[in-house]
Design a protein around this ligand. Structure first.
Ligand SMILES: *Cc1c(COP(=O)(O)O)cnc(C)c1O
Length: 413
C-alpha cells in the first residue's frame, strides 16, 4: 500500500497552487495575445513556452498534462478531447500509409473499430492477436510491424497482458509500444515497464465523475543513445528529435493535433483535475470492493469472471503483477441475452450505461450495445458472448452491491 500513500500525498498537490488561487484556473480563451512580433516568432518556433492558440494547447490543459506526465514518469503529455482523440492522435502522428500495427488482447469497442475499419481505410494494416500469442506477436514485429497496441487490462475480456515481456519484444524489433492504461491508472505504470506511449480515456477512472469527456497521451523521454526513433524506419520523425527529451510531445502536436484538432477544452481539463486529486484514494477503495464483490458473488454460485478468482486463466499474472487489483471491471456471463436483460432490469444500485470508472457502479449488456456492429469473428476475438454483462464497480459498500447483484441473479428468468 506504500505505492498508494505516495500518490495520496502527491496527487492533491500536483494540481494545486500554494499561492493565490488554490484550485486550477480555467482559461477559456481560444486565442492568446503576443507581446511583440518577435515574441510571436519565438512562440511559434517553440522557443518561448507560451500558448500559441487553443487548438495547440491551453494553459488549463497544460497543467493537466504536467500532472499526468509526473504521475506516469513521462517526459511530457498531450491532453485531448476524448480517449479516442488520444488514440487517433498517436496513430496519426507516428504512422503512415503502408505501416502495420499489431493489436494484442481485448480492445475497447471504439479502439477496435478504429483499428479494424478506420485505419485500414487510410492504408494502415492492422492485425489482432491474443495477449498470450507471444510467438505470433514476435513474428509480426520481427517482420516489420511498426507499433504494438495493447490495453493494460482487456475491456471487457479481462485478459491481462505481460507488459514487460511485450516491451522487450518491441525494443528488440524497434517497434513503438503503446499501452492504453485507461483501466489501471496508478496500478500499472507502463512507461516504467518499457512502453513508449501511454494513452488514456480520462473520461473514465481519472476523472471518475462521468462529468468530463477527455483523454491524454503520455510520452517517455527520448534517449540520447540507442533511440529507436532515430532509426531508418522512423525517418519522418527525425526533424523533431533535436527538440530534446520531450520530442514526442512535439511530434504528436505537430503531426496530429495541429491538423486534426482533437484538442482538450479548458473546462474539461479543470474537471479532470478535480478527479485526479482523489484518484489514489478511489483506486484503493474500488480495487478492494471489486475483489470482495467477485468473491461474494462466486460464493453465491454466480458465473462471475475476474482475474482475482482462482478459476481465471490469468490469476497467476494477477498475483504476480497486479497484487493490489486491476481496476473496476468484472463480468457475469449469462446463458442467454434474455436472461442478461431480466437480470439487468432487476438491479437496483447500478446505472445501466456505456461508461466505466465512475464513482457509481455501472452495468451494461455488451453484445446488444457497444459491440452490436461487429461480426462473429470479431466478437469471438474480443471475448463477447451473447449473455455477457459488464460491471464497473464504484464506491458503494461491497456488501450492499453484492446483495443487490445476488438478488437480481436469483430473480432472472
Ligand atoms: C472509453 C475508452 C476509450 C475511449 O475513450 P473516450 O473518452 O470515450 O473517447 C479508449 N480506451 C478504453 C480502454 C476505454 O475504456
Amino acid at each position: 500500500m506504500k505505492h498508494y500513500e505516495y500518490f495520496n500525498t502527491l496527487l492533491p498537490h500536483l494540481t494545486a497552487e500554494h499561492e493565490g488561487p488554490v484550485a486550477s484556473v480555467i482559461t477559456p480563451s481560444a486565442a492568446f495575445g503576443y507581446a511583440s512580433a518577435q515574441e510571436a516568432e519565438a512562440i511559434f518556433a517553440g522557443e518561448e513556452p507560451k500558448p500559441v492558440y487553443a487548438r495547440m494547447g491551453n494553459p488549463t490543459g497544460t497543467k493537466l498534462e504536467q500532472a499526468l506526465a509526473k504521475m506516469e514518469g513521462g517526459a511530457g503529455a498531450v491532453a485531448t478531447s476524448s480517449g479516442m482523440g488520444a488514440v487517433a492522435m498517436v496513430l496519426t502522428a507516428f504512422l503512415q500509409s503502408g505501416d502495420r500495427v499489431v493489436c494484442a488482447g481485448g480492445l475497447f469497442g471504439g479502439s477496435y473499430a478504429m483499428m479494424s475499419d478506420t485505419m485500414p481505410r487510410f492504408g494502415i494494416v492492422t492485425e489482432f492477436f491474443d495477449v498470450d500469442d507471444f510467438d505470433t506477436i514476435e513474428a509480426s514485429l520481427s517482420s516489420g510491424a511498426k507499433m504494438l497496441f495493447v490495453e493494460s487490462v482487456g475491456n471487457p475480456n479481462l485478459r491481462l497482458p505481460d507488459i514487460r515481456r511485450l516491451a522487450i519484444l518491441c525494443e528488440r524489433y524497434e517497434a513503438l509500444f503503446v499501452v492504453d492504461n485507461t483501466l489501471t491508472p496508478l496500478i500499472v505504470q507502463p512507461l516504467k515497464m518499457g512502453a513508449d506511449i501511454v494513452v488514456y480515456s480520462t473520461t473514465k477512472i481519472v476523472s471518475g465523475h462521468s462529468a468530463a469527456l477527455g483523454g491524454a497521451a503520455v510520452f517517455r523521454g527520448v534517449k540520447e543513445e540507442g533511440e529507436k526513433l532515430a532509426g531508418e524506419r522512423f525517418v519522418q520523425l527525425h526533424p523533431f528529435l533535436k527538440k530534446g527529451r520531450a520530442a514526442m510531445v512535439m511530434m504528436a502536436k505537430k503531426r496530429a493535433m495541429r491538423d486534426f484538432g482533437m484538442s482538450a477544452n479548458a473546462f474539461g481539463s479543470f474537471l479532470t483535475m478535480l478527479g485526479l486529486e482523489t484518484l489514489a484514494l478511489r483506486t484503493q477503495r474500488v480495487n478492494s470492493t471489486v475483489q470482495k464483490t467477485a468473491q461474494l458473488l462466486y460464493d453465491e454460485g454466480v458465473k462471475v469472471r475476474h482475474p482475482s478468482l482462482q478459476n481465471h486463466e490469468h490469476n497467476f499474472r494477477y498475483e504476480a503483477l497486479f497484487e493490489d487489483g486491476c481496476g473496476p471491471l468484472l463480468t457475469i456471463d449469462f446463458d442467454t441475452k434474455t436472461e442478461a436483460f431480466s437480470f439487468l432490469n432487476a438491479l437496483k444500485i447500478p446505472v445501466q450505461t456505456a461508461n466505466i470508472g465512475d464513482n457509481r457502479t455501472l452495468a451494461l449488456h455488451m453484445a446488444s450495445t457497444i459491440y452490436r456492429d461487429f461480426d462473429e469473428e470479431s466478437l469471438r476475438l474480443m471475448g463477447i458472448t451473447p449473455g455477457l454483462v459488464r460491471f464497473s464497480i464504484g464506491l458503494e459498500a461491497p456488501v450492499a452491491l453484492a446483495e443487490d447483484i445476488v438478488a437480481a441473479w436469483k430473480k432472472r428468468r
